[in-house]
Design a protein around this ligand. Structure first.
Ligand code: GAL
Length: 656
């Protein structure tokens, strides 16, 4: 495992570079990301490049043994470029250009912008592509499915629609524009969804707009990577990402890239309500699932966060070390902390790095130094990966469609995924979070929550999986929409009905109201948000509603289909239900279960095929004790042990 930092040399006096590099080396830092936002320093005037300062920085870092991630700084075009070509500035859904001087306000579809982006990328790759210290490249920063409404984007969107549907008549048909006199008689009448509230807008248009925005940003990444590889075919390229409100289709975005990088800012305050999500393990598993392989953390929590929001609490003792190791436990091989120094100027001056404004290394820094020491003992982990029996399917498109139409109060796409994830993880299972189109054949159980919008490849994948003997869990709001985001004229869950062996005769979107279900063993659980009232065809009831007029109607079902089994969860419960449900499925499918893990303790396993390494992470504020089934060797303490005692946020790793 390598530990690194994000460094912005252009923000500091040159006299600090050498001191910083020396301290990094002394601390055990191995990797440094630079130049992420430094376009104005690298190209201060149109076509005038000043790389000498970057040569110096790279030379200094190299002298101190650092590996470098060099960024293509296209997230922040320089002011002269905006002034000369204001058409490259993104336009919001309010039809106004975004204010310059912030960041990320370039339109990724602008040909002028791309010409400049291509040029700076080519220059950088030509100059440093063969540099022995430069080990990887980052394109841009936290790219999103930007809903830019500039003229270029509007024109491209219309062409994109024509290309997809062939004619205006077909567009009218799939958008169902006969509603509210929305029929288009010319392509120019087609506008992206406006700033007007989404719930009033055409869902078919909104979803295609999202798809177009995804294609735009993905096309930009692909083209830039192609330009860079044309010069230097062997370079390793990534981009740093997270699950923003505007998340693109990450599976497609990373296709042309070599590895996934995640910006990992876990929360630092444990919520009082046990139903509130806390652990970031789900997101780490999601990042690993994008390419089905280990990933990097390109930015890791280092201090109080804030700036555009009021500052959050400072990371508790143990978190700087613990959350980096938690990322390792879920497949991160390299973790860079954001950032080496806290900025003194600019909007982010209160998003703290490792070294505070005082310039005096403090508690967090010393914990980081400990982390570097620990990481240096973990090289045996480098060749390992996670192998999982359970998978949860994450679909960016379903996530977005459910944002366009949120269904009922409190209903949230990611929450249902996270409930299932937490339930399997509670028993120490590795869980993959993967695409609905991924190869599912190796999983003992696959959970496919809210398969809302029909996608042929995904539906066929699920049938194939079950026919092959798999155990599948489907939920409420599946099979609701056709691929155009219009409702299907058939009883729910439409295309999945045969698998489920039951149909929805009626549903009750109860929002924040609570009701109850009782499972086959007589256990009662609270449910909320959504109640599908089911009629069984070939399925059996796993749980029934125990109140309201649909008392005794099935709420959760189990069906045998070919050689597989399909569960359908027609409602949304609390964590106790999901835990017992996951426990039962694990027993049925023969998945090993670790029982009685203290609350907050997370267990995952990485393997190299010969040795298994089990990670025990105490993601809680209480001390935790775990009794091992037999004595095992801890690679953290270099000692054999049969019990593990963990302080808050402490990790131990044992060889099985
Ligand atoms: C990330 C971003 C960084 C920095 C950080 C903290 O989202 O990539 O550049 O802004 O947040 O604010």
């Amino acid at each position: 495992m390598k530990i690194g930092v994000d460094y912005y040399p252009e923000q500091w006096d040159k006299s600090l570079w050498e001191k910083d590099a020396a301290l990094m080396a002394q601390t055990g830092v191995k990797v440094v990301r630079i130049a992420e936002f430094a376009w104005s320093r690298l190209e201060p005037r149109d076509g005038v490049f000043e790389f000498e300062w970057l040569d110096d920085v790279i030379a200094v870092l190299q002298r101190f043994g650092m590996e470098i991630v060099l960024s293509i700084p296209t997230c922040c075009p320089p002011m002269w470029l905006y002034e000369a070509h204001p058409e490259i500035i993104r336009v919001g859904s309010d039809e106004k250009q975004i204010q310059t001087g912030i960041r990320g306000h370039r339109c990724v579809n602008s040909p002028v912008f791309f010409t400049y982006a291509k040029r700076i990328a080519t220059q950088l790759v030509l100059r440093y592509g063969n540099h022995p210290a430069v080990k990887a490249w980052q394109i841009d920063n936290e790219l999103e499915a930007y809903p830019c409404c500039c003229d270029e984007c509007k024109a491209r969107f219309r062409n994109w629609l024509l290309d997809k549907y062939d004619s205006l008549e077909a567009i009218n048909e799939v958008f169902g524009t006969s509603v509210w006199s929305g029929e288009y008689s010319s392509m120019t009448q087609i506008q992206p969804p406006s700033a007007y509230p989404t719930e009033w807008q055409n869902p078919a248009l909104c979803l295609d707009w999202y798809r177009f925005c995804c294609d735009s940003v993905n096309g930009y990444v692909r083209e830039l990577a192609t330009v860079m590889r044309r010069e230097m075919p062997k370079i390793k390229i990534t981009t740093n990402t997270w699950i923003s409100g505007n998340a693109p289709d990450l599976y497609k975005m990373f296709e042309p890239l070599d590895f996934v990088s995640y910006d990992n800012y876990p929360p630092v305050q444990i919520p009082e309500d046990p139903e509130e999500f806390y652990s970031h393990a789900f997101f780490l598993d999601l990042m690993r699932g994008i390419k089905g392989s280990n990933f990097w953390v390109m930015e890791q929590l280092s201090g109080p966060t804030g700036s555009w929001a009021p500052m959050s609490s400072t990371p508790r003792p143990g978190m700087i070390m613990g959350y980096s190791l938690q990322a390792l436990a879920h497949g991160a091989d390299t973790v860079l902390h954001f950032r080496w120094r806290t900025a003194r100027t600019g909007a982010e001056m209160f998003w703290h790095g490792l070294i505070d404004h005082s310039n005096i290394p403090g508690r967090r820094f010393f914990e980081f130094a400990e982390l570097c020491k620990t990481a240096s003992k973990l090289s045996v982990i480098d060749t390992t990966e996670l192998v999982s029996d359970a998978a949860i399917l994450y679909s960016p498109e379903n996530a977005h469609a459910l944002k366009i139409q949120p269904q009922t109060e409190g209903y949230n796409y990611l929450d249902q995924l996270r409930y299932f994830h937490a339930a399997f993880a509670r028993f120490g299972a590795n869980v993959d979070v993967v695409s609905p189109e991924a190869d599912l054949s190796s999983y003992k159980v696959v959970v496919a929550p809210e398969m809302f919008v029909y996608k042929k490849a995904a539906a066929e994948n699920l049938y194939r999986y079950v026919i092959g003997g798999g155990t599948l869990v489907l939920t409420n709001r599946s099979g609701v929409k056709d691929n155009n985001n219009n409702c299907i004229m058939e009883s729910l869950p439409t295309v999945f009905k045969e698998l489920v062996g039951a149909e929805v005769t009626e549903y009750d979107p109860i929002g924040a109201k609570e009701q109850k279900i009782k499972d086959f063993a007589g256990n009662e659980y609270v449910c909320r948000q959504w109640c599908d009232i089911l009629r069984l065809t070939t399925a059996k009831a796993y749980a029934e509603y125990s109140d309201n007029y649909y008392r005794c109607c099935p709420a959760v079902t189990m069906n045998r289909y070919c050689s597989g089994v399909v569960y359908y969860v027609g409602t949304v419960c609390k964590s106790d239900f999901y835990e017992s449900f996951a426990g039962n499925i694990m027993r049925q499918t023969g998945m090993p279960r670790l029982k009685g893990l203290p609350k907050g303790v997370e267990v995952t396993t990485r393997t190299n095929g010969l040795d298994d390494y089990i990670f025990f992470f105490n993601n809680s504020e209480e001390n935790a004790k775990i009794t091992l089934p037999k004595a095992m060797f801890s690679i953290i303490d270099s000692a054999g042990k049969d019990t593990i005692d963990l302080k808050p946020f402490e990790m131990d790793i044992v060889r099985k």
